[in-house]
Design a protein around this ligand. Sequence first.
Ligand code: KIV
Ligand code: ZN
Length: 385
Amino acid sequence: MRKIEVFDTTLRDGEQSPGVNLNLEEKLEIARQLARLGVNIIEAGFAASSKGDFESVQRIANEIRGVTVCSLSRSVKFDIEQSYEALKGADNPRIHVFLATSPIHMQHKLRMTPEQVLEQIDSAVRLAKGFVSDVEFSAEDGGRSDLDFLVKVAEVAAKAGATVLNIPDTVGYLTPSEYAHIFRYVRENAKGADKIKLSAHCHDDLGMATANTLAAIAAGIDQIEGTINGIGERAGNVAIEEVALALYTRPQFYQAATGLELAEIARTSRMVSKLTGMVVQPNKAIIGANAFAHESGIHQDGVLKEKSTYEIIRPEIVGMGDSKLVLGKLSGRHAFKDHLVSLGYELEGDALNTAFRKFKDLCDRKKYVTDEDILALLNDVETDT
Ligand code: KIV
Ligand code: ZN
């Protein structure tokens, strides 16, 4: 199995979610949990962006051991120096510099020529490399950059000493085959690209972040970047838990794995949701409240006979407890009887039939049938019989 490194940017790109603002203690709490989850790199913040970010990068760098701690920097001296200052105490510090490489960004945002962009990449990576041995360069809006220009970017970054080249789909625009093609093209055509790790960083504007990240993995990249619960700018970043579970569930297909402690996923997800205030949608893959809940009678009957009929992942693998059979108007007698047993009642024959009929009547009147409702209904059955 090829090992895929996990670069978590919940505390940087994730915090860029509108309305999210984590304080220092909250960031530390998340960073400790990310270390327990086993991510390889924690992007702790953007040290030059504010005093608060500087302090959180510094505290995380000083306290979290055994992982690479990273700080984002624009490709300018001030940012790179600030990142280095904040990261000094880390076991393994990484400075992450970025500059946009797409025609749209170079022309309208940077107002720079492609040659100027290449020169700035060269000097920024060299400057960072003077401070730390591990330097990542990100070609912002790489997804909409010219392929041959990306090859030049890769060559310049590699020659200047970058250890990782990230090609982000900054605006979530690409399809999986396009994204995979970019990585193959750069790997095959850029001199020195074999000595540099390639990284994927996907945004979810078209809902394709997970598919795009997996396509990049299939194309041979070494590192994925994402956030817990997929939080991040606009529609968010790729959800790390989705990529990790896709690799775990389809090992033959991808021949690649993260080293994550999968059982820590649910705890990490709940913590990030609570501290950011970003509620996880109930039907969210892997960590949504409904991800392992079965509502229809046919599905419930199948799951009671053999879980794999309707579950491709066991919920305990990701720390989500056991699967849930939701009792509602679609539930069958099998699930109902089973639920009664969990409440301490073993009903058979007429008593079971009466209780089941009353339960179905109640489901037509009430949206949520609780255990208290069922216990009250069993009382009625006992008095009736
Ligand atoms: O989406 C993006 O391009 C980024 C870079 C700064 C890596 O977040
Ligand atoms: Zn991003």
